[in-house]
Design a protein around this ligand. Structure first.
Ligand code: FAD
Length: 478
């Protein structure tokens, strides 16, 4: 009897525990994917996951197999597939988000009632959320304590290589009919304006490993010093690949650890990088224990926050038209490429929630629709961190000054010039504050404030004072 390997957000052959277990069963394998309307994502992430799935399908074809794509909800479609193939076992890698968890529990119950075994394996994280706990058996609330515990634990298990030769199960007629239907589904397209995303993000398992190698060879040694500099391309840019599971967190961890073994001098930088990878696991731990992470304030006093939610200001922020060059550069990078540098993500999130007094959930949703790495755990946790509403969060009174951040982290304005070309002829000193430029200079370089580039949409000092007053007046804090 064949076994089924169910792919979802783990579009790789190497270090894929569920695929490996399916192969090790010694039975022919059905590689399957469900187009599930309950878990499908619109926007750039929908497009990206589609690309990743197509890349996996191409690799399977090279091995003489086919990815069987069907449409339906997972709890209905998977038991149906098991019946059609008379499958003995279904293998999958675990999910941690509330919808995924609920679906998998239901699917498992139905399959077991049909006499089909289910093996769910840990394939997404470095450590399963429930394996890193405080001495009293509670989940950690603070990253530094969680990270200390992780560093005291044995490293994540060694990676497993891709199965050498997979034996694919033949398809009965009914499977062909389901696959034909799935081919008629409309394609996932990139959101409007995201023109640069396709060339920026080559998409395959091999591409993910190339990115990792390039990072290790050229950038990891500079990571601590430069990771906050959006004008330097020092970070790994692995987030979309990790999101689609084109590479596993374990593979990244071990590749970096191996590099440290060879080149001891990079150790400090490498550990800073691995701690960032740790934040990814920590976000999943938060989502696992707080399923409403993307929709509810983890600190309930913020339920009384009188957000102003001014539509005009939100729109200006979304379009990169706030008049603050670093904020606009970040929002345009996101719009066009589906990605934004981490430091700039923090600046634009602080600006939206504090200077514009807009509910963090509006930013979270916008990011989720535009990011190619949009992730239910990382996006939600980081928005709550920036807004001060999370469990391990930056305090509300930490309000980033977008001008100060710009001067510090993009000192020559190279990043701003890339994404806000209408400011590119301003001298370095003025590029962070175009409103201070002399009108004669503006005329000379063709910059018409209010026309070719907006005046600042809020006064930073005033907006900061209003934000702090709103916070102090929260009823629960009086
Ligand atoms: P690197 O610096 O090379 O880091 C390596 C990996 O570590 C990343 O690929 C990522 O998986 C992980 N990582 C790094 N920083 C963080 C962090 N702060 N939190 C959690 N994991 C981290 N990341 C996403 O993958 N998806 C999101 O939807 C997402 N939304 C965010 C929203 C906001 C408001 C903020 C402030 C951050 C968000 N991040 C998100 C985290 C971070 O910005 C990105 O992971 C990072 O910029 C990706 O670039 P990189 O791969 O070059 O990172």
């Amino acid at each position: 009897r064949p076994v089924i390997m169910l792919f979802r957000d783990d579009f790789r052959l190497a270090d894929n525990p569920a695929l490996n277990a399916a192969h090790a069963s010694g039975q022919p394998v059905v590689c399957a994917f469900v187009h599930d309307p309950d878990t499908q994502r619109p926007g750039a992430i929908g497009w990206w996951l589609n690309q990743a799935r197509s890349a996996l399908a191409a690799t399977l074809r090279e091995q003489g197999g086919t990815l069987l794509e069907v449409e339906g909800t997972t709890p209905e479609a998977v038991p149906q597939l098991a019946k059609i193939f008379n499958a003995e076992t279904v293998f999958w890698n675990r999910r941690y988000d509330p919808t995924g968890k609920a679906q998998d529990t239901q699917t498992k119950a139905t399959l077991e009632a049909q006499g089909v075994c289910v093996h769910s394996l840990p394939g997404r994280l470095l450590h399963e959320p429930w394996t890193v706990q405080t001495g009293s058996g509670q989940p950690y609330k603070v990253f530094t304590a969680w990270w200390r515990a992780v560093r005291d634990m044995p490293p994540p298990g060694r990676c497993v290589s891709a199965p050498r030769t997979l034996t694919f199960a033949p398809w009965p007629k009914a499977a062909h009919a389901l696959a034909e239907h799935a081919h008629t589904l409309p394609p996932h397209t990139l959101p409007e304006g995201a023109n640069a995303a396709e060339q920026d993000w080559p998409c395959s398992e091999a591409d993910a490993h190339d990115m990792l190698q390039e990072f290790i060879e050229n950038n990891v040694a500079r990571y601590s010093q430069e990771r906050d500099r959006p004008d330097k391309d020092t970070t790994s840019r692995l987030s979309p690949y990790l999101r689609a599971g084109l590479i596993s967190a374990r593979q990244v961890w071990h590749a970096v650890e191996d590099a440290v073994q060879k080149h001891g001098h990079i150790a400090e930088n490498a550990w800073t990088f691995l701690s960032e990878l740790g934040w990814r696991d920590f976000a999943y731990t938060q989502l696992f224990y707080h399923p409403t992470l993307a929709t509810e304030n983890l600190r309930p006093e913020f339920n009384d926050m009188p957000w102003q939610n001014t539509q005009k200001l939100l729109h200006a922020w979304q379009q990169g038209q706030t008049g603050y060059p670093l904020v606009d550069a970040g929002m345009r990078q996101l719009y066009q490429t589906g990605w934004m540098h981490n430091r700039v993500r923090m600046v634009v999130a602080s600006f939206l929630t504090k200077h514009l007094l807009t509910d963090w959930r509006k930013g979270e949703v916008w990011f989720h629709n535009r990011l190619v790495d949009a992730d239910p755990a990382q996006n939600a946790m980081n928005w709550q961190w920036c807004a001060g509403t999370g469990i391990d969060a930056s305090p509300w009174f930490r309000i980033f000054n977008p001008v100060g951040q710009s001067e510090k982290f993009d000192p020559t304005g190279a990043y701003i010039r890339t994404w806000v070309p209408e400011l590119r002829h301003l001298p370095d000193k003025l590029i962070h504050t175009p409103w201070k430029a002399d009108p004669a200079l503006c005329r000379q370089i063709g910059l018409h404030l209010g026309k070719t580039y907006p005046h600042p949409i809020v006064d930073l000092k005033e907006a900061r004072a209003v934000a702090l007053a709103h916070y102090k007046n929260l009823p629960a804090r009086q």
